[in-house]
Design a protein around this ligand. Structure first.
Ligand code: ADP
Length: 554
């Protein structure tokens, strides 16, 4: 029989055990006979655990029926081994528990993501207002600030921006996880997105003394299919990281192009060609064991150069998820101490992009609050006029004697771009008062670039700081005059505000371009020093003088 059978006398002592019972108890029938068998109280049907001599437990189903044994009343106990069935049942129950726990966790995660998405939004609105008003204070709209107050305001802005950055990242991640992030897939040119991203990071790179450049030698006409704003976001994140983790005098390069052979580690669908945008740095690198974890949320390499409040460890997580949502991927290669290379892979657009098709971001004008936008618009109208009067005055100014001989394009340099951006800032200040101020930040970034290039250009013409300051003064006067000409169209307060904003930006630009002028002069002095063998003890200032005169004569 498959079932174990034992006969137990009414005194509870075992009288007989069959081979199946011997197997079940793990004992011989001789050792079983004569021992006491405890029949569970009250049940002729029960489940029991049998403990074998080795300690192993076997589950058994037990049935008891009355019988006679050697002419005496006794009980027949049959035992069926149900260990396997019990284990299967337990496994099924465990699986069910796990399934429920998973479903609960997923629901909780979904709820968490929903909560974060809503909360982040609620946080962003007042945060933008804090930053927006700090910007307005900084621009001197509420009255002039002392140096100490300006520093305090700049701390409010910096902390506000940092917090906003974190909130934006959390919001992005929450949205991706909750499946609520919508992408606007379009067609865009890789070089243009690369340039836009570079322009945003360049000022930071320059202040940290890092050489940053972009080249699309791979294919200057590469066009991808993706959400241009998100691609720029990924690139800015990669470039910021590259700058952050690279020492002064290091290099950051942004390359793009098209390839038939993407890196094998990229998780990509089958396609003949892929557009790549690659950010390579000569920075600290990433240890091999961390290469895959840096894409996990909140992971930062330990012992890296990041300060605790610098970054969130979310940038790469979001970037990779965005890349994958667009049907591409983000991969990394790195060598400790030598640098890292992050590559963004994107689907190529299946047709070339016509100039007229370029998707443009439209900025909806919101509520006009001060009339600053009117001043901005008028500056745009007056732009050519301002540039022309500026050039004429410069030509006839005694502080810039060399100016007479210069071409109009040399004199005007990029002043037109600068004024256009200044106008854009006035419009943005009005539209974004208390609201997101990225336009304002972009505007100032563009002005910084123009101001710095202008200083460098003037250094190459051999101008002195004094001449450059005079030039900025002339420009300021011409802009102010143009604003005054239109003052009849604008209410009084907006007019004063516009003048305050403009003079604050002009002051910043003047200082930036003077610094760039000095830097360029020092650099060319350095070059002259290296190439000048017969001037062994030429001091930097002597060389500066010589260089300047050389250029002036030329
Ligand atoms: P965050 O930069 O905000 O800390 P990220 O997700 O962008 O977050 O990056 C995660 C981590 O990956 C960083 O903290 C850093 O340790 C490492 N990392 C990212 N980019 C680089 C890089 N170019 N060079 C070295 N380490 C990097």
């Amino acid at each position: 029989m498959a079932d174990g059978i034992v006969i137990v006398g009414l005194d509870g002592v075992i009288r007989f055990a069959n081979p199946a019972a011997e197997h079940l108890f793990g004992r011989s029938s001789a050792s079983l006979i004569g021992t006491t068998f405890g029949i569970p109280a009250g049940g002729s049907n029960a489940e029991v655990d049998v403990i074998r001599p080795g300690g192993e437990t076997v589950s058994a189903e037990l049935r008891v029926v009355d019988t006679d044994w050697e002419s005496e009343p006794a009980r027949l106990v049959s035992l069926r081994d149900i260990t396997d069935r019990k284990r299967a049942e337990e496994r099924a129950a465990q699986l069910e528990r796990e399934r429920r726990a998973r479903a609960e966790a997923e629901a909780a995660n979904q709820a968490k993501s929903e909560f974060l998405a809503v909360m982040s939004h609620e946080l962003r609105t007042p945060l933008n207002a804090v930053i927006g008003y700090a910007e307005l204070l900084d621009l001197g709209i509420g009255g002039p600030l002392t140096a100490e107050q300006r520093q305090q305001v700049s701390r409010i802005r910096a902390s506000g921006r940092h917090l906003l950055g974190l909130v934006n990242e959390v919001l992005d991640l929450a949205k991706v996880e909750a499946g609520r992030l919508s992408l606007e897939i379009g067609v865009a040119r890789a070089t243009e997105t690369a340039d836009a991203a570079l322009a945003l990071v360049q000022p930071v790179a320059e202040t940290r003394g890092i050489n940053i450049s972009a080249s699309c030698t791979g294919d200057p006409d590469a066009v991808y299919s993706g959400d241009e704003d998100r691609v720029r976001q990924i690139l800015v994140n990669l470039l910021n990281n590259a700058v952050k983790f690279t020492e002064t005098a290091g290099q950051v390069r942004l390359e793009c192009g098209v390839t038939r052979q993407p890196d094998p580690e990229a998780r990509l669908a089958q396609s003949e060609r892929w557009v790549y945008l690659r950010v390579a740095d000569t920075g600290i690198g990433i240890p091999p064991e961390q290469l895959s974890t840096i894409f996990d949320p909140f992971v930062q390499v330990e012992g890296g150069h990041t300060r605790p409040n610098d970054g969130s460890g979310l940038g790469l997580t979001i970037s990779r998820r965005l890349a994958r949502l667009m049907g591409g991927d983000l991969t990394v290669r790195s060598e400790l101490g030598r640098g890292s290379t992050f590559t963004l892979w994107l689907r190529p657009a299946d047709r070339a992009l016509g100039a007229a098709e370029r998707p443009r971001a439209s900025i909806e004008p919101s509520r006009p609050v001060h009339g600053l936008a009117d001043v901005g618009e008028s500056l745009v109208h007056e732009l050519e006029h301002i540039v022309a009067s500026f050039v004429t005055r410069l030509r006839n100014d005694e502080v810039a004697p060399g100016a007479r001989a210069l071409r109009t394009s040399q004199l005007a340099d990029h002043v037109g771009t600068y004024i256009a951006d200044l106008a854009g800032v006035l419009i943005a200040v009005e539209e974004t008062a208390g609201q997101p101020s990225t336009l304002l930040a972009d505007g100032t970034a563009i002005q910084r670039v123009v101001a710095e290039r202008h200083g460098a250009q003037r250094a190459r013409l051999g101008w002195t700081t004094e001449t450059l300051r005079r030039e900025w003064l002339i420009l300021a006067e011409e802009i102010e005059r143009a604003i005054r000409r239109r003052s009849a169209d604008v209410r009084g307060r907006a007019f004063t505000e516009a003048l305050t904003i403009v003079s604050r930006f002009l002051e910043q630009a003047e200082n930036l371009s003077c610094r760039a002028l000095t830097r360029t002069m020092m650099e060319s002095a350095g070059t002259a020093e290296r190439s000048s063998d017969d001037d062994p003890d030429g001091t930097a200032s002597a060389l500066l003088g010589a260089t300047r005169t050389d250029v002036e004569e030329r």
